[in-house]
Design a protein around this ligand. Structure first.
Ligand code: FES
Length: 84
């Protein structure tokens, strides 16, 4: 069974534009995290696909990099359990 890779145990602040669609990485292997770079397609059997979301307003948002948030694509503090 595949589990999301923990890219980083902290979120990234990103400015998003109202009406623009973004692809948040769910596998954790993208080198452009928190966004998808297509890496999931290179691994056979990888069940993950990016989560696309459209910004409702121009805003700064904190996107999850640990990939275990319960409120994707946004950080909900779950990453704290992965910090050493
Ligand atoms: S970075 Fe994943 S919950 Fe904060």
């Amino acid at each position: 069974m595949h589990e999301s890779h923990i890219f980083k145990a902290e979120p990234t602040a990103v400015m998003v534009e109202k009406g623009k669609t973004y692809a948040w990485c769910t596998c954790g292997l993208s080198q452009k995290n928190p966004f998808c770079d297509g890496h999931h397609k290179t691994i056979e059997g990888m069940p993950f696909k990016p989560l696309r979301f459209t910004a409702e307003e121009d805003a700064e948002v904190w996107l999850c990099n640990c990939k275990h948030t319960k409120n994707p694509p946004y950080c909900d503090g779950t990453h704290q359990q992965f910090q050493k």
